[in-house]
Every structure is written in structure tokens, then in C-alpha cells.
Design a protein around this ligand. Structure first.
Ligand code: PLP
Length: 405
């Protein structure tokens, strides 16, 4: 039995069934490469699901985490620590609004839980009778697995088994401005939107959608919450996808790439929304702990000092061109931005393509039965992208040969 098979057996005898049994165990990584338990090497176009912004084993991240864990691993929220303050200051600077305020949790779901609590407080403040409590979200969206974040996730298969959930929540079609305008009435406290639906199958917002949402929310007094858990921290070639297109949310949630692999989520709030949480209203024992904060600071500083946003734009353009050159009966459309791309297939064979690519030394993710997602480290170079595109071309051709016409 191979080491991967042995670990799969132990996994299935120890872990709950929520993930199924993954295909491989990863043991190490270096840059955009990862190595599995049997010593096979892969080019990593999964990136820990759009997390490993600096790739694997980046010296700045290793140094920051190592130094911080040796100095002080944890303080709880009963005490301050400088890395957390410095990280909040840096995020405020990047968001370009000195009046913004930051809350740290551990992941994307927790960042959105904070946003939901801010939405509740906003709604109650607007309407002392407590009626302005509805939230508008979009069909096909994903905001996390905790009960609050799940309540606004527009995927019935994931959500319905766990009902009743907090509400009321109204779902409208993503990208449909008239539907959004109609749904945001005087009972709505907040609208939650992703700049591009990642888990939903890599669906970008139509041009002008976020700006229209901003206008609608402002007119109706609802908060605009932009979930940048997946799109934020350089993934699209900009610090924040929404701000890059001139749309300023009231609340912005972050996680994934922020910690470069260490768990951290952040909820940024602007204007009046930044003042709604008061002592005792929210918290987390681990949220923004010193080690994760030091890691995130190292990520942000390295993105700045090493010109990583420019790399995303330059190498992302090469990836885009390469993906657009993929032809054949299986490719319906490629869509995305920066180093964050989806390949829409003409048949539900994404898992088979994922498997073929894996066997050829490339990790990609079948985010939907008919959509592949690519989210490599933001430090990846042109040569690795070109190799990956060729591997994908072959994987698609192999699967195409098996699919009945
Ligand atoms: N929001 C968005 C847009 C996401 O893509 C995800 C995860 O994929 C989440 C929230 C939840 O993040 P986490 O898994 O870190 O809780």
C-alpha cells in the first residue's frame, strides 16, 4: 500500500464524513510546488483554495511565524498585541479610509458572522421596532458554513439540511440589477455580494453590478457588504476587487489569502458601520492571534515589497491567454481575473479532468461538476503557468476522448 493509500485508510477511520476522502496527503511545499506523501511533486493551481498567496515555504512568512511563535503565540482578546494592531493599521491604510475599523476572526465564515452582526445592529438602529432585519443575498453565492454565514449562502443543497437558520434572507439572481432594486426595500438591513462568485463556479459580476448595488443600498439605507474572502488580497491583481472598481462597501470581509496559510479572517467596516460593535457585542478567543497577525503582516508587506500585484496582473494575463487558447469539445468558456480563473466545461467532467491533471503533476479544483477553478500562488511565474496550461490541454484532450459525443 502506498503512503497516500495508508493515510486515506487512517483518514476514513478517524475523520467525519463531511469531506469524503481526499485523493492525496500533502507533506511539503516550495513556491508553487507541493509534494505528496509518496514523494510525487505537483504544480499547485489550487493554492489551498485561493489561500497560499506567497506560495509554500516563503521565507518572509516562515520568519514571521517562527519569530512570533517563539516570542508570544497567544494573548487572548483580554490583552493587546502589537502585530494585531499593526495588521489592522495596514488594512486600514490599504483600504484608504482612516476611519475604517477592523475585527479579526479566524476564517471567512467568521468574518461574515461579524458582518451579519453589524447588519443586525444597523437594522435595529434604523428601526427601533426591530423590523429592518432582512438580508439580501444572491443565488449561487457562498459565504461560509457557520449557521449565520450559511443562512446567506445561495446554495440550497448546502443550506436546506440545516434549516431553520437565521433570517429573513432574500435571494436574488446574481448580476440582476432590477431584481436587486426590487428586493431592497425598507425591511432590508444589508446586501451581501461577492465581486465574483468563486465557489458558485467562478462567475464574475457583470460590469457595473457592484456600483449599482452601492447606489441601491445608499438610496435605501441598507449596508453594502462585499465578501472579498476569496477575491481579496491580490487575487484579482488588486488589493480588493471592489475598491479597484471604485465601489466602497460599508463592510468588507477578508480571509483566505490574508494569512498566506495561517488562519485569520478580517471584517473591515467603514463610516457608521465601523462604530456599531460595542464592548461585549462580539469576540473570539483566537481571532487575529499574534502568530496569524504576524503571518498576515508578512503577506501584506511582501506583496508590497516584491511587486506581487504587478506579478498577478502580468502572469495572470499569460494565464488568461493560455486558457483562451484551450480549444476542443469540452471547453465552453473561460472566465476570471488576475490569477483566479474558471473553465466552464460543456459536460459534468470536471472531476475527471482534475484527476487527469493530478496524474500529470498539476493540482486543479473541480469547483462544480462542470467548472474547473485555478487559483495558483500569487508569486507564480510565467514558465510554471505555461507548463500548467499545456498539462491542462492534455488532460482535457484525454477526458474528451473518453466522453461519448
Ligand atoms: N466567503 C467566500 C466568498 C468564500 O469563497 C468562502 C470560502 O470559500 C467563505 C466565505 C468561507 O470561508 P472559510 O471557509 O474560510 O470559512
Amino acid at each position: 500500500m502506498s503512503e497516500n493509500e495508508l493515510l486515506a485508510k487512517r483518514w476514513s477511520q478517524a475523520m467525519m464524513g463531511n469531506y469524503g476522502v481526499p485523493p492525496l496527503a500533502l507533506v511539503s511545499g516550495n513556491g508553487a510546488l507541493v509534494t505528496d506523501a509518496d514523494g510525487h511533486e505537483y504544480v499547485d493551481f489550487v493554492g489551498g483554495i485561493a489561500v497560499s498567496a506567497l506560495g509554500h515555504g516563503h521565507p518572509a512568512l516562515v520568519a514571521a511565524v517562527t519569530e512570533q511563535v517563539a516570542r508570544l503565540a497567544h494573548s487572548s482578546n483580554l490583552f493587546m498585541h502589537e502585530p494585531g494592531i499593526a495588521l489592522a493599521e495596514k488594512l486600514i491604510e490599504l483600504a484608504g479610509d482612516p476611519d475604517a475599523r477592523v475585527y479579526f476572526g479566524n476564517d471567512g465564515a467568521e468574518a461574515n458572522e461579524c458582518a451579519l452582526k453589524i447588519a443586525r445592529l444597523h437594522g435595529r438602529k434604523l428601526d427601533p421596532a426591530g423590523n429592518r432585519l432582512a438580508v439580501v443575498s444572491t443565488n449561487n453565492s457562498f459565504h461560509g458554513r457557520t449557521m449565520g454565514a450559511l443562512s446567506i449562502t445561495g446554495n440550497a443543497a448546502k443550506r436546506v439540511p440545516f434549516e431553520p437558520l437565521p433570517g429573513p434572507v432574500r435571494f436574488v439572481d446574481y448580476g440582476d440589477v432590477p431584481a436587486l432594486r426590487e428586493s431592497v426595500d425598507d425591511s432590508v438591513a444589508a446586501v451581501f455580494l461577492e465581486p465574483m462568485q468563486g465557489e458558485g463556479g467562478m462567475v464574475p459580476a457583470p460590469a457595473g453590478y457592484l456600483a449599482a448595488a452601492r447606489q441601491i443600498c445608499t438610496e435605501r439605507g441598507a449596508l453594502l457588504v462585499i465578501d472579498e474572502v476569496q477575491s481579496g488580497i491580490g487575487r484579482t491583481g488588486h488589493w480588493f476587487a471592489s475598491l479597484a472598481e471604485g465601489v466602497r462597501p460599508d463592510v468588507l470581509s477578508l480571509a483566505k489569502g490574508l494569512g498566506g496559510g495561517m488562519p485569520i479572517g478580517a471584517c473591515l467596516a467603514f463610516g457608521g458601520a465601523a462604530q456599531l460593535l460595542t464592548p461585549g457585542s462580539h469576540g473570539s478567543t483566537f481571532g487575529g492571534n499574534p502568530v496569524s497577525a504576524a503571518a498576515a503582516l508578512a503577506v501584506l508587506r511582501t506583496i508590497e515589497s516584491d511587486g506581487v500585484l504587478a506579478n498577478v496582473q502580468r502572469v495572470g494575463a499569460v494565464l488568461q491567454a493560455g486558457l483562451r487558447s484551450l480549444t476542443g469539445p469540452l471547453v465552453a468558456e473561460v472566465r476570471g481575473r488576475g490569477l483566479w480563473w474558471g473553465i466552464q466545461l460543456t459536460a459534468p467532467v470536471a472531476a475527471a479532468v482534475e484527476q487527469q491533471a493530478l496524474q500529470a503533476g498539476l493540482l486543479v479544483n473541480a469547483v462544480k461538476p462542470d467548472v474547473l477553478r485555478l487559483a495558483p500562488p500569487l508569486i507564480i511565474d510565467v514558465a510554471a503557468v505555461e507548463r500548467a496550461v499545456e498539462t491542462l490541454r492534455q488532460a482535457l484532450a484525454r477526458v474528451a476522448a473518453e466522453v461519448p459525443a
